[in-house]
Design a protein around this ligand. Structure first.
Ligand code: PXG
Length: 288
């Protein structure tokens, strides 16, 4: 495997960064997780735009242009002879002093890894996921905007571990007000009386790229789409529920906090979202 590191392609074993990088010392940096489907990078421009927004939010200057980053992403896929896979693009604050201030960090490090993807087992797509709400709340936008895809994922990792300790793979995270924010690495959608509802970024949801695709699928299907605050009660009483994310794609949820969602099986609307999503991934990508 070859890893892109600041303009060079280096062997996996040599792809390393200093222990003085603030990305490691403080989680000071940003990232994107991107999918490659059949030789096409899915929604590359949207991922790079979100990366720029994350960079702006944390006052980080990305050292190369969007076009150069896009070319580097595609070249990393080619160098690794990948046809389908997962791309991890990250930008760290760079090497600095042993203090919080990034003023001594002169050059951000740009890393691109392209690898095969580990998916949820197929049975979860066929039969649906069972999930729970966990005690760890999504960080408040007043503390750190959850829209920033930063290298500090401890908030989500703690929630993920709480789910796993209880024997579940995924968890709903609430915000400080008790509204549903999102899952640990996925956005959440419910179907209620034929309307599609997802949570707003003001509730602590990442502006997911797959979430945007699902919103456009709702439009294509002619289904009314709302971005509203929802509670656990709304999820328990939904007819259908599904999660969206680059890694998970669109995955049905059939049980939440011990309550069956709908009849406890993936619903017809979720299935049509999954089918339309499948059709889009091979059509709406940028060829590498
Ligand atoms: N919310 C959060 C907190 C995320 O990290 C999503 C929603 C979905 O967004 P996209 O743009 O992917 O549709 C994400 C992104 C993993 C993993 O290993 C998952 C994400 C990011 C990094 C790693 O499961 N999901």
């Amino acid at each position: 495997m070859k890893v892109y590191l600041n303009g060079e392609f280096v062997a996996k074993e040599q792809a390393s960064i200093s222990v003085f990088d603030h990305g490691l010392l403080y989680g000071d940096g940003i990232f994107e997780g991107i999918r490659l489907y059949e030789g096409c990078v899915f929604k590359l421009d949207q991922h790079l735009e979100r990366l720029e927004h994350s960079a702006k939010a944390i006052l980080l200057d990305i050292p190369i242009s969007r076009a150069e980053l896009a070319a580097a992403v595609c070249e990393t896929c080619r160098q690794n002879n990948l046809d389908s896979g997962y791309i991890r693009l990250l930008i760290t604050r760079g090497v600095g002093h042993l203090g919080l201030s990034p003023t001594g960090c002169e050059r951000p490090n740009v890393v691109i890894i392209a690898d095969k993807i580990q998916l949820y087992p197929k049975e979860y797509y066929d039969e649906g996921l069972k999930i729970i709400t966990v005690p760890t709340r999504r960080i408040s936008p007043a503390a750190l905007p959850p829209m920033v895809k930063s290298l500090n994922y401890l908030n989500n990792i703690l929630a993920k571990m709480e789910a796993q300790q209880s024997g579940y793979l995924e968890a709903i995270m609430l915000n400080d007000e008790g509204y549903v924010a999102e899952c640990t690495g996925d956005n959440i959608f419910i179907v209620y009386k034929g309307r599609i509802i997802t949570t707003p970024s003001s509730a602590g949801a990442l502006r997911g790229i797959t979430r945007d695709v699902a919103i456009s699928i709702a439009e294509e299907l002619g289904l009314p789409m709302d971005t509203n605050n929802i509670t656990r009660y709304d999820v328990w009483n939904a007819e259908e529920c599904f999660l969206t994310g680059t890694a998970a794609e669109i995955i049905p949820v059939v049980e939440v906090d011990g309550r069956c969602v709908g009849d406890g099986h993936p619903g017809p609307i979720t299935k049509s979202f999954m089918d339309l999503f499948r059709a889009k991934v091979s059509l709406e990508g940028s060829m590498i």
